[in-house]
Design a binder for this molecule. Structure first.
Ligand SMILES: [Zn+2]
Length: 292
């Protein structure tokens, strides 16, 4: 094997059984659960970036794909979309009424979470999942969102027709949800919605996990205050947030849009919920990289 030289510092790349190293950069053979190919190592030291690598694992066990970049002294992840056309993609699979599997693939985000939205129709379930997914993408892109194309895939055919204005929903709640989603979609340069039949039907009798979904509302701003013997929780008036909050926390009463009263017994659960759903995606990954 030819001696590999770093194109940035010019030093020869040394290796041992754990890592490759020049004077400016260190690459561990294994990153986020994935053992890198020698080709990827070469690409990092010579070009400063790899092709998309599949099969990384995040801290909570989800697999993801990303490129690696040589920005500082160790590789960083780049999520510049696994599809060549640089679109962001949101996939909403309705597993059962009130439960979605949400997948988000965008420049700064690769997320896969199951989310409960309580006792709502399959169409509303899809709508809330789409709202959460599209807002995650917008949040991650910031000002760049106006140039971004969005692909929304969902396993609910009727919801797809609602979004495309082929069918007008009869119930007020879903009409409001769809209008809310359209406003979010306006934040992209263009968007498409596509019906993709469910690939993964949920098994009957699978116990629901009790944990809260992570990082699904990274932009969330919550106010929690004591009022007499009750706790007042003020969330943003987003229908997906309100539905998830009501589904996740026991004994919630909505007193006005986005404002809830809960008993003090669930205060800790509310705080844990806010922390978990509001967690920005990057937190997880930096934790992963440090661990190596
Ligand atoms: Zn170097």
């Amino acid at each position: 094997m030819d001696q590999l030289t770093c194109s940035r510092c010019g030093a020869p790349v040394q290796s041992d059984d754990k890592k490759y190293q020049c004077e400016c950069f260190t690459v561990y053979r294994q990153i986020a659960g994935k053992t890198l190919d020698y080709g990827d190592i070469q690409a990092l030291f010579t070009k400063g970036e790899t092709e998309i690598i599949h099969g990384f694992r995040s801290k909570n066990g989800n697999s993801f794909s990303a490129r690696l970049l040589r920005k500082n002294n160790k590789p960083s992840f780049d999520f510049g979309c696994s599809e060549r056309n640089q679109k962001s993609k949101v996939v909403v699979q309705v597993l059962e009424p009130g439960l979605v599997e949400l997948q988000v693939f965008s420049k700064s985000v690769a997320l896969r979470e199951e989310i409960h939205f309580g006792l709502v129709s399959p169409q509303l379930t899809a709508c809330y999942g789409a709202i959460a997914g599209c807002k995650i993408v917008l949040y991650g892109l910031g000002n760049e969102s106006a140039k971004e194309k969005l692909m929304l895939e969902t396993s609910n055919l009727l919801f797809t027709k609602y979004v495309l204005k082929i069918v007008r929903p009869r119930h007020a709640q879903i009409r409001e949800g769809i209008s809310y989603l359209w406003e979010i979609l306006d934040g992209f340069s263009s968007w498409t919605v596509r019906y993709v039949p469910a690939k993964r039907p949920r098994l009957k009798g699978t116990p629901h996990s009790e944990r809260f979904p992570r990082g699904i509302f990274p932009w969330l701003d919550a106010e929690i205050a004591r009022q007499g013997d009750k706790i007042l929780v003020k969330l943003s008036p987003d229908p997906a947030v309100c539905a998830q909050f009501t589904a996740a926390i026991k004994n919630v009463t909505e007193i006005e849009h986005g404002v809830f009263v809960v008993p003090p017994t669930v205060e800790r659960a509310v705080c844990a919920w806010v922390r978990t759903v509001g967690k920005a995606f990057g937190d997880d990954l930096s934790a992963n990289v440090k661990k190596e």
